[in-house]
Design a protein around this ligand. Structure first.
Ligand code: AMP
Length: 426
């Protein structure tokens, strides 16, 4: 994949010129995968988060197709329809289209709620090539006969899972019902809940499916440390870290691989007097909601969750993510640690790695290309990694911790004995 360029992906010259001006030298992974598929005219499901370069991944092929097939504009119509859940995202996408398409002479407009509809109606009067819209305002304008969708050849649904969370799915079905059947459709979503899978099946025919993790740069903003620890000592280590004021662990999501382990960890923290909630698939919707509410309000400082249960969790000010167990899928690690460092704040991710998890750690480091700083312990010899373990507090990364929380000295951690009655294997 090293030699992939925008030229080799088939991106046309006027678009490349715009990309050069933006200093986009190399396509991101989602661009490398999506552009050729979309250039062939296929439908596409892209599982990707913001920050991966997904906007250009759909905007470049779309702009290229529209420019190659110039048509007289018809009043009140558009040829491409891009649906976004929020006004902010709609504006961001709109900026992207403007930037990439600046040499193509296509017309675009953006409609969203919360502002006067008059300029939006006026912009649609003569017709556009690209319409970027939030579903509610689009439906309003359709119902008033200001926008007609009978000329749409390209549909994009961006951040589909957020549309679901925001209750837009019915609106989307209503909008899609007005589109011509012959069209190219693409759907992007960070996660794929069943509802979205279902919607995708309704919208698309034989879609290609691609999936990428967030760009390394996102992961790099997170201070990532690993504790090499015996499986049996993980619970003590967790309690110790949570009790250590110097760690600055205010609001934390602890991840386990299984529901059973999530329960056991939550119970043991509760016994230690640390208010904790567990979130996993065996709980009823109501119980999950109550757990989330308590965590959100700060009544529970710790949320212990499995990967599946944690999908779609969006809580601000999560200071730390702790991987009590490493995930067997490296992509899950990226999703997990993305729960901290939201809204531009740098977060901290601590991972517990026992001898059986060394392979998982290697896969993670291979994917993120960010070696984890060793906070405590050493990898056991028989499964030692190719890279030698570094001492805790490696200076090269200690400045990354923008919250200023220091890891406890390795010696302290490692010499601690399990307390009586708490030495059971986890
Ligand atoms: P997005 O995921 O679409 O929100 O894009 C995230 C950021 O990456 C945006 O600021 C884009 O301008 C930027 N970006 C997208 N593609 C590239 C690329 N190939 N090279 C450099 N930056 C890019």
């Amino acid at each position: 994949m090293n030699d992939v360029t925008f030229t080799s992906l088939g991106v046309a010259e006027p678009l490349r010129r715009a990309l050069e001006a933006e200093n986009y030298t190399t396509p991101t992974p989602i661009q490398a995968q999506a552009i050729p598929v979309l250039n062939e005219g296929r439908d596409l499901i892209g599982i990707a988060q913001t920050g991966t370069g997904k906007t250009a991944a759909f905007a470049l092929p779309l702009l290229q197709a529209l420019a190659a097939n110039q048509k007289p504009r018809l009043k009140r119509t558009t040829r491409a329809l891009v649906l976004a859940p929020t006004r902010e995202l709609a504006m961001q996408i709109s900026e992207g289209f403007k930037t990439y398409g600046r040499h193509l002479g296509l017309r675009q407009t953006t409609v969203f709620g919360g502002v006067s509809q008059r300029p939006q109606v006026k912009a649609m009067e003569r017709g556009v090539d690209i319409l970027i819209a939030t579903p509610g305002r689009l439906l309003d304008l359709m119902e008033q006969d200001h926008i007609w969708l009978n000329s749409v050849t390209h549909l994009v649904l961006d951040e589909a899972d957020r549309m679901l969370d925001m209750g837009f799915i019915r609106d989307i079905r209503k909008i899609v019902a007005k589109l011509p059947r012959r069209r190219q459709s693409m759907l992007f979503s960070a996660t794929m809940p069943t509802e979205i899978e279902k919607l995708a099946r309704e919208l698309m025919s034989d879609p290609a499916r691609i999936s990428v993790s967030p760009k390394t740069v996102t992961v790099e903003r997170i201070d990532q440390r690993v504790y090499f620890v015996d499986a049996a000592k993980k619970r003590d280590l967790l309690s110790d870290l949570l009790s250590d004021k110097a760690m600055g662990i205010e609001r934390v999501i602890v991840f386990t691989r299984t529901k059973h382990r999530a329960n056991r960890v939550a119970e043991s923290l509760d016994r230690d007097g640390i208010p904790t909630e567990a979130l996993h698939g065996n709980k009823s919707q109501g119980a999950r909601q109550r757990a989330m509410d308590r965590f959100r309000r700060g009544e529970a400082r710790v949320l212990v969750a499995t990967d599946i249960a944690a999908r779609g969790i969006d809580v601000d000010d999560v200071t730390h993510v702790i991987n009590f167990e490493l995930p067997n899928e490296p992509e899950s690690y990226v999703h997990r640690i993305g729960r901290t460092a939201r809204a531009g704040a740098a977060g901290i991710a601590l991972s517990f790695c026992d001898a059986s998890e060394r392979g998982y750690l290697r896969d993670i480091e291979r994917l993120t290309k960010v070696p984890l700083l060793v906070a405590a312990g050493e990898p056991s010899r028989e499964t030692a990694p190719a890279r030698p373990a570094r001492p805790a507090h490696g200076n090269e990364r200690s400045n990354r911790n923008e919250r200023g929380a220091a890891a406890p000295p390795a010696g302290k951690r490692r010499s601690r004995r399990p307390r009586p009655g708490r030495s059971r294997a986890a």
